[in-house]
Design a protein around this ligand. Structure first.
Ligand SMILES: [Zn+2]
Ligand SMILES: [Zn+2]
Length: 233
């Protein structure tokens, strides 16, 4: 079985603290086969990661976490920025046109930018949007979201979507904090597993969310004062 972490931020996200290189090193340490870099509305870090990932021995799916009018959406297998601020349906149609697929991250949580169950259901009723929306996060280890993971699991019950567990890491040490298991090891086998709804989510890290948050805060401020711009490579 392969291990994937499909929701990772780098310094190309305003709130990310890991450079692309640090993210790849951390993925290897965590024993991951496949990762997705999904910066907020920014593809550059993902493309850089894919460019150099062979040296690290981990496969990278390019992706982006898009801010739609109705909350966040994680797009995988896309190679360009996606216009922010569109409806979930229009965003999914664009992802589909680009040959990508999408995952609903931190669904229906009482936290800003969470996609609602209503939006997910509407997308699943749409004959084309449903072809792109294939997964739902039942576990997200970002300390803003992890307290509501049980709620996300309940939301996912009865929905025809692959179960995904992701770190939503904003620092290198959290990469692999939650893992999606799939049959095979490659990006294409992962895609097929998501299409078959045959993924298995696992929470790996059980640290207190407050501790994770303060660890991130320290790193964030340290980066702000020492390296004010994205370090990328
Ligand atoms: Zn998000
Ligand atoms: Zn995120």
């Amino acid at each position: 079985m392969g291990k994937a972490d499909l929701h990772i931020h780098t310094t190309y996200s305003m709130d990310g603290t890991a450079s692309v290189r640090e993210a790849l090193e951390s993925a290897v340490r965590a024993g991951l086969d496949v990762i997705t870099i999904t910066d907020h509305n920014e593809i550059q870090g993902a493309l850089e990661a894919r460019e150099i990932c062979a040296r690290f021995g981990v496969e990278v799916i390019p992706g982006v976490e898009v801010t739609t009018k109705d909350g966040h959406l994680v797009a995988l297998f896309v190679e360009q920025d996606i216009l922010r601020g569109m409806s979930v349906i229009d965003t999914l149609l664009l992802i589909r046109d680009l040959g990508g697929i999408a995952i609903a991250p931190h669904p229906q949580q009482p936290v800003p930018n969470s996609i609602t169950l209503h939006s997910i259901r509407r997308a699943l009723e749409h004959p084309l949007a449903r072809e792109a929306l294939l997964g739902i996060e039942v576990c997200n280890m970002n300390p803003s979201h992890s307290p509501y993971n049980q709620h996300s699991q309940q939301i996912a019950e009865g929905l025809p979507l692959a179960r995904i567990a992701s770190s939503d890491a904003h620092m290198a040490s959290m990469i692999g904090a939650a893992i999606t298991h799939f049959e095979g090891r490659s990006t294409q086998e992962l895609r097929q597993a998501i299409q078959r709804r045959a993924t298995r989510p696992e929470q790996v890290n059980h640290e207190n969310p407050q501790r994770v948050f303060f660890r991130w805060l320290r790193l964030y401020f340290r980066r702000q004062f020492s390296q004010p711009k994205p370090s990328g490579l």
